[in-house]
Design a protein around this ligand. Structure first.
Ligand code: NAD
Length: 492
């Protein structure tokens, strides 16, 4: 071992007290599922972690009924201040059990412990604290007169930030006075089940939050259930489109947080050292499994060579391996299916003529891994410039003028996020004004805050999560509610 290498520093799993089998969390209790149970495995080792219940349509119905009963009998009757107290309690318990949640998340998802410990779990707590504060102030949120809850919210989330996506969904829903049935992704159910234990610890009234594990058919049965009032989905654009079709005309309120292909634009006057760190954080954070990842680097032609050379040097220092090691920068790819997709698109990029460069790092024998990869000289028509790869793969394109950068950045069916790197504030503001992206970072990337709304344009979905705007998705106002009732009455 050279003096530049790090000795292994694995986080202990002793803090985890996992069960061998997990049921569905319905009406405050863990109960068996009626579908065929499945295993959740560690993507870093392919070892079995636990057996997970699978909710079929009948289980979905039981959970929605429990949520409806809890809404009618308990949750809608509580004052905002009392709902807030439960949310504060949940936030504190998340903090108290933070280390355990971080270890569970890294084990089940494959993300480095330093990310789950320092980013995901603190943000989960922050989201609950933030929305706890709103629960008794809805009248002052500027969302219309006498805002009120919608009823039962059906929520379906992906595997890339399992507990954080859960927090983004559950915290505003409960603060606004709704009850919830949530389905985590099939490859990462563990932290949602530990969260269910936290809800028991917090003595949240039974049925206010129900957690159903299962795959796409469980999600489909949930969003199509006739007694849900609100559907909130985060995941792929293809599934989002199918959900939008199935919800159309039902009167259910819908928000969709879908895919992205963000441009990270580096001008020649940018602070290059910072930009390199920002590019690395933009696409290699969480193995690139980030909807708002800066997966398209647009770099001004006169600094292109310098930026790419320095990026390669920086990527050569990243450590890939055991997600539970505190030194690890790049963890495991979440599943074999995702690894196959990353490999397939990368091969296509090479076949289409882009120059492929991969960091030289040892790949562990078991598990799913993909070394950080850069494609240079990518053309705008190439599939790796247009499609979401959702892995540690960066496509590099060049531009000469701000107008060309803007045109190239907007040349995508997506519109979730973007980054701009420049020393000149006026240039940043002028370019940001022209970009069709829901979130734009300037001289930074992948920063999240519960007070800041997040969401996309075009095929990246609609609706916003976070901030005051995030509450709007879970509320109706007296005037809106009355006009819907009137329209229905006229239609009848
Ligand atoms: P996915 O769409 O395959 O699955 C997401 C969830 O939907 C899972 O829980 C899955 O079981 C469920 N599901 C699958 N088919 C369904 C159906 N027909 N009806 C209802 N539910 C169904 O996506 P994924 O592969 O898990 O996640 C990756 C995608 O999520 C990427 O495209 C990424 O960009 C996107 N994402 C977006 C955001 C955002 O905020 N915009 C955040 C994270 C991830």
């Amino acid at each position: 071992m050279s003096f530049l290498e790090y000795a292994p520093a694995p986080e202990s799993t002793a803090i985890l007290n996992l069960k061998s089998d997990y049921g569905l969390f319905i009406d405050g209790e863990f109960v068996p599922g009626h579908g065929k149970s499945f295993a959740t495995i560690s993507p870093a080792t392919e070892k079995h972690i636990a057996t997970i219940a699978n909710a079929n349509a009948a289980d979905v119905d039981t959970a929605v009924r429990a949520a409806r009963k809890a809404y009618d009998s308990t949750w809608s009757k509580l004052s905002g201040a009392d709902r807030g107290k439960y949310l504060f309690r949940i936030a504190r318990l998340v903090q108290e059990r933070g280390r355990e949640l971080a270890v569970a998340e890294s084990l089940d998802n494959g993300k480095p412990i330093k990310e789950s410990r320092d980013v995901d779990i603190p943000l989960v707590a922050a989201w609950f604290f933030y929305y706890a504060g709103w629960a008794d102030k809805l009248d002052y949120a500027g969302l219309g007169a006498a805002p009120r809850a919608l009823g039962v919210a059906a929520q379906v989330i992906p595997w890339n930030f399992p507990l954080l996506m859960l927090a983004w969904k559950i915290a505003p829903a409960l603060a606004a006075g709704n009850t919830v049935v949530l389905k985590p992704a099939e490859t990462t159910p563990l932290s949602a089940l530990l969260f269910a234990e936290i809800l028991q610890q917090a003595e949240l009234p039974k049925g206010v939050v129900n957690i159903l594990t299962g795959a796409g058919d469980t999600g489909q049965a949930l969003v199509q259930h006739p007694d849900v009032n609100k559907v909130a989905f985060t995941g792929s654009t293809a599934v989002g489109r199918a959900i939008a079709k199935s919800v159309a005309g039902t009167g259910k309120k819908l928000t969709l947080e879908l895919g992205g292909k963000a441009a990270n634009i580096v001008f020649d006057d940018a602070p290059i050292d910072q930009a390199i760190e920002g590019i690395v954080n933009g696409i290699f954070f969480n193995q690139g499994h980030v909807c708002c990842a800066g997966s398209r680097l647009l770099v001004q032609e006169n600094v292109h060579e310098e930026v790419v050379d320095r990026l390669k040097q920086r990527l050569s220092t990243l450590r890939l391996g055991d997600p539970l090691d505190k030194n690890t920068d790049i963890g495991a790819i979440n599943s074999r299916e995702q690894l196959d997709r990353i490999r397939e698109l990368s091969d296509i990029g090479e076949a289409e003529g882009a120059e492929r460069w991969t960091a030289d790092c040892a790949i562990p024998e078991n598990g799913f891994w993909f070394a950080p990869t850069i494609f240079d000289n990518v053309s705008t028509s190439s599939r790796i410039a247009r499609e979401e790869i959702f892995g540690p793969v960066l496509s590099v394109l060049t531009f000469r003028t701000p107008a060309e950068a803007i045109a190239k950045a907007n040349n995508t069916p997506y519109g979730l996020s973007a980054g701009i790197w420049s020393d000149k504030g006026s240039k940043i503001l002028a370019v940001a004004d022209e970009l069709r992206a829901g979130v734009i970072w300037a001289n930074t990337f992948n920063r999240f805050d519960p007070a800041s709304p997040f969401g996309g344009y075009k095929e990246s979905g609609y609706g916003r999560e976070g901030g005051r705007h995030g509450l709007a998705a879970y509320l109706t106002t007296a005037s809106l509610h009355d006009s819907v009732v009137e329209t229905k009455a006229v239609a009848q």
